[in-house]
Write a protein that binds this ligand. Structure first.
Ligand SMILES: Cc1cc2nc3c(=O)[nH]c(=O)nc-3n(C[C@H](O)[C@H](O)[C@H](O)COP(=O)(O)OP(=O)(O)OC[C@H]3O[C@@H](n4cnc5c(N)ncnc54)[C@H](O)[C@@H]3O)c2cc1C
Length: 420
């Protein structure tokens, strides 16, 4: 049996950042990461659209993102290329959006600026869909845009490689190709009677059963995104998250390449990560291939369901996405899909912000709700603080955050209004 002080399950961004901060703060602790795939970043981390922004309605989310973004920026500036570009986040919208309180707050704080319709048109967007398109597709005019400054795109596999490499350098062990079975509770003081644990016995997770034998640790950290539910269910601990499929369609062609080459942020060479004004469709430029990725957080009609290997639906792209996008970017109907994939959002359906909590000797970090890459570093620091029993976590850059704010018992977060 392999024995460690702390075992982190899951080598996605959350698990890697958690292992990194745990080991960084506790150099003598014996830490391992257990992952069912053959290497790191094979789950939702690999399927992400990998945009980052600090434009969130809730202050906690602004802290989680701005500190993580600053940390990633520091890593990249110190020479480890994360493919990070500060090309901005562009919310295309009607005038009302730009004038709303939250957005005006972003502008006052210097986080964003308004982009006028002319500039949006020059970049290649049709800002005035036809009356037929409006009637059929509910596609409003674009009056203006909001351009977030501390926002852009990153390569999650590079980010994961950074944390994995640093973990190894500090001595974290990695057990790949090792699938953890659903957790089982054991008595803290076993009597070796059949049927244990009984109601009156104190319980904990003693060991993990895995596809490659038993692993024991004092503390376990589950960073298994929407797989967390199945791992926890037998214990009676609730993961509080629900999975929904999310898809990405890569679209290429010469007209798309020239659209991608329209920066709006000084010093950058690529179009911002763009949110269309209708139905939450996002467009993520992919500078290397000159293509764009389309994705959408479709809610109504998209079931909460889990598939081990979710598949993209080309007909969803053709019938649901293309008509809407073509109203703003006619070139899309003349361009081709060159790749597609699907993953899941692990939704916190109440306030759409991470859950990071402890129950027994298990810490759970899940419910990333579509923003786990851009909050990964902060999540890792909060996990490490929780493991150490601290009430506050120090985020990169010196801001503090109440660990309990992300927990279950004393949680008091407003519902995040800007989820895409
Ligand atoms: C289409 C799409 C677009 C997205 N866009 C963005 C975006 O623009 N910006 C952003 O910040 N976020 C985005 N996200 C969300 C982001 O990708 C996730 O929040 C993030 O990757 C979650 O990381 P994680 O480490 O928690 O989970 P994962 O990366 O899923 O890692 C969990 C790991 O646990 C492992 N595991 C599971 N079960 C077991 C087991 N039994 N035993 C051992 N190992 C196990 C898995 O193999 C996996 O490697 C997007 C997600 C999707 C699907």
């Amino acid at each position: 049996m392999l024995t460690f002080d702390t075992v982190v399950v899951g080598a996605g961004i959350t698990g890697l950042a958690s292992a990194y901060h745990i080991k960084r703060e506790n150099p003598d602790m014996n830490v391992a990461v257990v992952e069912k795939k053959g290497t790191f970043a094979q789950g939702n981390t690999a399927r992400s659209a990998a945009g980052f922004r600090d434009l969130f309605s809730s202050e906690v989310n602004r802290k989680l993102t701005s500190s993580s973004i600053s940390f990633y920026r520091k890593v990249q500036e110190s020479g480890f290329n994360l493919g990070m570009k500060f090309n901005g986040y562009l919310f295309l919208a009607g005038r009302k959006f730009v004038e709303c309180d939250v957005v005006q707050g972003f502008i006052r704080e210097g986080r964003a600026r308004v982009v006028e319709e002319d500039e949006i048109r020059e970049a290649g967007f049709n800002t005035r869909p036809s009356s037929e398109e409006k009637a059929l597709l509910s596609v409003p005019d674009i009056d203006a845009g909001l351009l977030g400054r501390n926002c852009g795109i990153i390569e999650p596999d590079r980010l994961a490689a950074y944390y994995e490499g640093e973990c190894r350098r500090m001595g974290v062990e990695f057990l790949y190709n090792t699938e953890v079975r659903p957790l089982r509770l054991k008595p803290v003081e076993p009597l070796n009677y059949p049927g244990e644990p009984f109601l009156w016995q104190s319980v904990h997770v003693d060991t993990l059963d895995t596809s490659r034998g038993t692993v024991r640790a004092e503390q376990y950290v589950l960073c298994t995104d929407m797989w967390t539910t199945a791992l926890l269910d037998p214990t009676g601990i609730d993961s509080h998250t629900r999975p929904k499929k999310r898809q990405v369609f890569q679209v290429s062609g010469s007209e798309i390449s020239s659209l991608v080459r329209h920066p709006m942020v000084e010093g950058e060479d690529v179009l911002p990560f763009t949110i269309l004004p209708a139905h939450g469709i996002i467009m993520r430029p992919e500078p290397k291939s000159g293509s764009v990725w389309f994705s959408v957080a479709d809610d109504y009609g998209r079931p909460y369901s889990f598939e081990e290997d979710p598949q993209p639906e080309p007909e969803f792209y053709e019938r649901s996405i293309v008509p809407v996008v073509s109203a703003y970017i006619p070139a899309v109907s003349r361009s081709r899909v060159t790749s597609m994939w699907a993953g899941h959002y692990a939704y916190n359906t109440i306030d759409r912000t991470h859950y990071i909590f402890r129950d027994l000797n298990v810490i759970v970090a899940t419910g990333t709700s579509g923003s786990g890459i851009m909050k990964g570093d902060a999540a890792g620091r909060i996990v490490s603080a929780l493991l150490a029993g601290r009430e506050k976590a120090m985020l990169y850059g010196g801001q503090e955050i109440d660990v309990a704010a992300l927990g279950v018992e004393d949680r008091h977060l407003p519902k995040e209004r800007i989820v895409i």
